[in-house]
Design a binder for this molecule. Structure first.
Ligand SMILES: Cc1cc2nc3c(=O)[nH]c(=O)nc-3n(C[C@H](O)[C@H](O)[C@H](O)COP(=O)(O)OP(=O)(O)OC[C@H]3O[C@@H](n4cnc5c(N)ncnc54)[C@H](O)[C@@H]3O)c2cc1C
Length: 384
C-alpha cells in the first residue's frame, strides 16, 4: 500500500526536515510538538555541505545563506601556545570541492527557517503543545507511517522492540557566548576555531545573527541526571579549572570570568532497532544521538529525513523502513567512530599529543580536506 500520510513526533531539525521532504514526494504529514512555541533552544550549529546540499534541494538554503556565516576555514589550534596546528579550508573551497556551502548559524535560526517553510506548505500541519506519550491520538492512528523525531529522550522508542536507550556519555559541554565587540584578538572572526588541550577542547565561532561568539568547551565529567542545561556549581567550575591546567592563560581567563556558563551533560544513545518492521521509525537523535566531536548530529538528522522520504515515496511503509535502517546504519556507525577518534585526538596528552601535532603539521590542507570527503561529499539517495 503506498504511503500517503505520516505522523511526525517532534518539530526539531529532523521532524521539520522530514515533513518538508515528504511533501516533495506528495506525502502529507501532521507534526506533533510538545512545546507550546519554538523558542531559542540550543547553541550554534555547523552545517556541513552534506546537509546544506539537502537544504538547497528543499528550497531553504537561500534564506539561510542570507543570515549565516560561511567560515574561511576550520582551524585546529593549540590550547597552550595558541599556535595553529592545521586548517581545513572552507568558504569558497567547500562550495567547489563538496558542491555545497559550509555555514555556521544558531540552531534556532535553522529551526525557524524550516518552520516557516513547513507552515507555508499545504501538505504539512503542525500541532504545537501536544506531548505524545505511550497513547497515541486518534488522528495519528490514521497515519501510514509514524516517525519519531523526538530527540534523545524519545518516548516513541517505547513502541519499538530493541530500540536504543539514552546514556550519559561521560562528557560535559560548558557553553557561553562573548559579544564580538568584547572578543579578544586571538578569536578569529572569519573561521571556526577548535582549541585543543589535554582533557578538553573549546570550539568557537561567530554567529552573525547574534553578533556574538558561540563558545563550547567539552571535557570529561560527572553529573547528577537532573543537572541538564543548568548553571555549573562551584564544584563543577573547579572540575573545569582542573581540566584546563596547562592551557593558555588568556583562554582560562575567558572561562573563569564568564559567570553565565551553562553546564550541559552530553547524552548519547546505545545502538538498537530504529523501526518496528511495520510502520514506526526513529530518526535523528531519537535513533542515534551522538557526541558532537564530528559536528554531525544535525547533519545526520537532515540526511535521515531526506533519505527516509525518498524510500517512502515508492514502497510500502514496512519495506521502506527496513531499507532505511539498512542503508543508514553503516554511515552512522562510521561517523560515531570518527567522533570517538576525534575525541581521542583532540584531548590527547603527553607523547600522543606531540605525535598528533607533528602529524597534523605535516598534513597539507588538501589532504585534511580529502579525509572529510566521505562525510561532506556524501550525496543522499535520489538527490538530483
Ligand atoms: C554541544 C553540541 C554541539 C553540537 N553541534 C553540532 C554541529 O555543529 N553540527 C551538527 O550537525 N550537529 C551538532 N550537534 C547535534 C545536534 O544539535 C542534534 O543532533 C540535533 O539538533 C538533533 O535534532 P533532532 O530534531 O533529532 O532532535 P531535537 O533537536 O532534540 O528535537 C526533538 C523535538 O521533539 C520534541 N519532543 C520531544 N519529546 C516529545 C514528545 N513526547 N511529544 C512531542 N514532542 C516531543 C522536542 O520538544 C523537540 O522539539 C551538537 C550537539 C551538541 C550537544
Amino acid at each position: 500500500m503506498p504511503v500517503e500520510h505520516a505522523a511526525i513526533i517532534g518539530a526539531g531539525i529532523s521532524g521539520l526536515t522530514v515533513a518538508l521532504a515528504l511533501s516533495r514526494r506528495g506525502i502529507s504529514s501532521e507534526i506533533f510538538e510538545q512545546a507550546g512555541e519554538l523558542t531559542d533552544v540550543g547553541a550554534g550549529l555547523q552545517v556541513s555541505p552534506n546537509a546544506s546540499r539537502i537544504l538547497a534541494e528543499l528550497g531553504i538554503l537561500e534564506r539561510l545563506s542570507k543570515v549565516w556565516l560561511e567560515p574561511d576555514a576550520i582551524r585546529l589550534i593549540s590550547g597552550g601556545s595558541l599556535r595553529q596546528l592545521a586548517a581545513v579550508p572552507a568558504g569558497k573551497f567547500a562550495r567547489e570541492r563538496w558542491g555545497a556551502p559550509y555555514g555556521v548559524l544558531h540552531r534556532t535560526t535553522l529551526q525557524k527557517v524550516l518552520l516557516a517553510a513547513v507552515s507555508a506548505d499545504p501538505l504539512c500541519r503542525l500541532h504545537l503543545g501536544v506531548r505524545i506519550n505511550s497513547t497515541l491520538p486518534s488522528f495519528e492512528r490514521a497515519a501510514d507511517v509514524v516517525i519519531g523525531a523526538d530527540g534523545v529522550w524519545s518516548k516513541l522508542r517505547q513502541s519499538i522492540p530493541g530500540s536504543p536507550s539514552p546514556r550519559f556519555s561521560g562528557n560535559i559541554a560548558y557553553r557561553f557566548t562573548i559579544a564580538e565587540t568584547e572578543a579578544p584578538g586571538f578569536l578569529d572572526r572569519a573561521s571556526v576555531s577548535a582549541f585543543l588541550g589535554g582533557s578538553a577542547h573549546l570550539v568557537c565561532y561567530p554567529l552573525r545573527e547574534t553578533g556574538s561568539f558561540n563558545m563550547v568547551a567539552i571535557t570529561a565529567g560527572n553529573i547528577a541526571p537532573q543537572a541538564w542545561q543548568s548553571e555549573p556549581t562551584e564544584e563543577q567550575r573547579t572540575q573545569l579549572r582542573a581540566r584546563l591546567s596547562g592551557w593558555n592563560a588568556a583562554i582560562v581567563s575567558l572561562l573563569e570570568k564568564n559567570r553565565k556558563l551553562t553546564f550541559w551533560p552530553l547524552f548519547e544513545t546505545t545502538t538498537g532497532s530504529w523501526q518496528d518492521g511495520r510502520k514506526t521509525v526513529l530518526i535523528g537523535d531519537a535513533a542515534h544521538a551522538m557526541m558532537p566531536f564530528a559536528a554531525q548530529g544535525a547533519a545526520m538528522a537532515i540526511e535521515d529525513a531526506y533519505e527516509l522520504a525518498a524510500f517512502l515515496s515508492n514502497r510500502s511503509a514496512a519495506e521502506a523502513l527496513a531499507l532505511f535502517e539498512r542503508h543508514r546504519t553503516p554511515r552512522i556507525a562510521k561517523l560515531r567512530q570518527r567522533g570517538a577518534f576525534n575525541r581521542f585526538a583532540y584531548h590527547a596528552k603527553g607523547p600522543i599529543r606531540i605525535g598528533r601535532d607533528l602529524v597534523l603539521g605535516l598534513k597539507p590542507p588538501l589532504s585534511l580536506a580529502a579525509d572529510l570527503d566521505w562525510i561532506y561529499g556524501y550525496r543522499a539517495v535520489d538527490l538530483p
